[in-house]
Design a binder for this molecule. Structure first.
Ligand SMILES: Nc1ncnc2c1ncn2[C@@H]1O[C@H](COP(=O)(O)OP(=O)(O)OP(=O)(O)O)[C@@H](O)[C@H]1O
Ligand SMILES: [Mg+2]
Length: 114
């Protein structure tokens, strides 16, 4: 099992949610965050004007997936989050040691099965 952490543009959220659900994600967590990449937030156009902004609004997705769903979900994020412009975001993949569905006590892949 893996934990996918993806930081995307807020404007792409709806498309990404649809894409990852179709790709097999059974659940996910969304958080509004701020961040910067290698441009340090300085060259992205924000609300029509260029400002020297250090932290830009982004959306963070956390998606726990079984191994066979990892690549389809990554592909879906790349396809739906990509505008071809700077600031489209990043995907990080972490090993996931354990999961547990609180209601049933199921663990492992069963706890994140749809
Ligand atoms: N090394 C990193 N560690 C953690 N978060 C990061 C890292 N790089 C980028 N992020 C997060 O991803 C968001 C989007 O990054 P961004 O797409 O601008 O990356 P980039 O490397 O600058 O690529 P690009 O040149 O396409 O803009 C950042 O605002 C930040 O929240
Ligand atoms: Mg950038």
């Amino acid at each position: 099992m893996k934990m996918i952490v993806a930081v995307i543009k807020p404007s792409r959220l709806d498309a990404v949610l649809e894409g990852v659900t179709e790709a097999g994600a059974s659940g996910l967590t969304v958080t509004e965050v701020r961040g910067y990449g290698r441009q340090k937030g300085k060259t992205e156009v924000y609300r029509g004007a260029e400002y020297e902004i250090k932290l830009l609004p982004k959306v963070k997705l956390e998606i726990a997936v079984p191994d066979d769903v990892l690549q389809p979900v990554i592909d879906a994020i790349v396809r739906t989050a990509n505008s071809g412009k700077i600031g489209d975001g990043k995907i990080f993949v972490l090993d996931l040691e354990q999961t547990l569905r609180i209601r049933t006590g199921e663990t492992g892949a069963a706890a994140i099965a749809g």
